[in-house]
Ligand binder design. Sequence first.
Ligand code: GDP
Ligand code: K
Ligand code: MG
Length: 283
Amino acid sequence: RKKLTIALAGNPNSGKTTTFNNITGTRQKVGNWPGVTVEKKEGHVRFGDYDLTVVDLPGTYSLTTFSIEEIVARNFILENRPDVVVDIIDSSNLDRSLYLATQLRELDAKVLFVLNMADLAKDKGIVIDEEKLSSLLEVPVISTVGNRNEGTAELLKNIIQVAETGQGPRAERRVRYSRDIEDGVAVVRDLLQAVEDKDFPYNPRWTAIKLIEDDEVVRDMAVKALGDKAGPILEETARQRERISNLFDDEPEILMTEQRYGFIAGIVREVVKRSSIKRVDVS
Ligand code: GDP
Ligand code: K
Ligand code: MG
């Protein structure tokens, strides 16, 4: 039998645990993530020729490192390389969910989007063009109503499909930053790429982005993985950060966060339609 590891990611209250229960039934184990008091749920399910291990990641809005939940979720994806990361999205709050979604894409994980809470979106008169969302981010999209266990079989089928076909992010489906930032990312990425694979197991573009954003956890990871090869790369990173800061009079991480939100706003404009009948204007 073939073994797959599936991680469920998503914002708090998007329906991760509900989906987890729908998939795994009663075959689950609850504990803590090593070293921290964040709950870890792991379950098992047999589907077709596959044995799936399903992990319910802590709920997060982002994969930066401002909270222990974000660090736990990100480290699991980086270090355990799950075969598929299922991003559980609250369809009635798509824009809020897309920040995490774009970060998962950036991490080079194989992602499947689940538009959960499809019933709430419908009640609010929100219509999401799933096909367009799928093609804009090049990620398969399905919709579910978790608390009614609707769409679970379809979800399992799609998980297997994503694991098998190996959808990988094409460059143009990811956030592209402004030219001066992309130039800095490329310089650092090239230095990382020049290091032998066995010495550096992480995605070079993602790592370069995080270094330019001055992410401490990734800096420590790079030092640990690269040893004395890290020095010149971190020096170049500092030069690039300074160049960008001088150009825009703002820190790269602030500019990059803004640009991600811009990218997300563009996607929301293209894929979210509100039906005129149930439209509620909140001002
Ligand atoms: P988590 O924080 O992501 O693990 O979210 P939970 O699975 O705990 O779900 C949060 C709440 O939303 C619970 O009360 C669920 O019963 C409910 N819920 C889950 N999926 C759906 C859905 O598709 N539609 C509706 N209306 N409620 C849902
Ligand atoms: K909850
Ligand atoms: Mg939960």
